[in-house]
Design a protein around this ligand. Sequence first.
Ligand code: DC
Length: 225
Amino acid sequence: MTPPPSIIALDGPAASGKSTLGSKLADSLGYLFFDTGVMYRAITWIALQHDMNPRAETEITELAQKAQIDIRPPSIKDGRAYDVMIGEKDVTWAMRDSEVDANVSVISAYAGVRQALSEQQRRIGLRGQVVMVGRDIGTVVLPEADLKVYLEASAEERARRRYDEIIARGDKADYDDILKKVIERDHIDSTRAVAPLRPADDAVIIDSDKLDADQVFARVLELCK
Ligand code: DC
């Protein structure tokens, strides 16, 4: 039997279901799950905490070069797939708040920020037995990945999933507002000069609009065989 692909790159736009799929896939293969969006979010969270202007590219780049972000196995059973630590502070949920959402695309468009974070991602990815999730894994971070999947879904479907998630947590949400933000983030992520969001030429594109999470998982597992 051929072994499954060792380096699996999973890219796609915001709320396309990459993290759910990636973590399930990594579990089933016994691989490391690495959600690279966490690193961009962590830098954004630190910048906001320090009242830095997200438009201050030089300062934010220096921050990305120095920041000590640690991703560890989950210490609490509250739905998290990992702990994200900055020093001794657990920011796993804080870095998913709306203020981070609103600023992370701007910060992740900076070339210096991308270089600092991509280098770390690449070093970890090259060890193999990894499912790495992001926007540019198949195109820039690990172009040699053995399997590249690009997960697509319409902005409306992605906004609906995000909306359902927030409501399920017992929080308030406004669908139109979520949709507007999803479209804004797509625009920034796919038009930035460095490493824009796009499928690699050799990626398998899966449109999840008409597939549920289990069907997408089954399709990717099939590709791993
Ligand atoms: O996947 P996410 O929503 O947690 O990602 C947060 C932001 O980080 C997203 O707006 C784009 C950016 N990102 C990126 O530019 N490159 C990656 N490899 C991962 C995320």
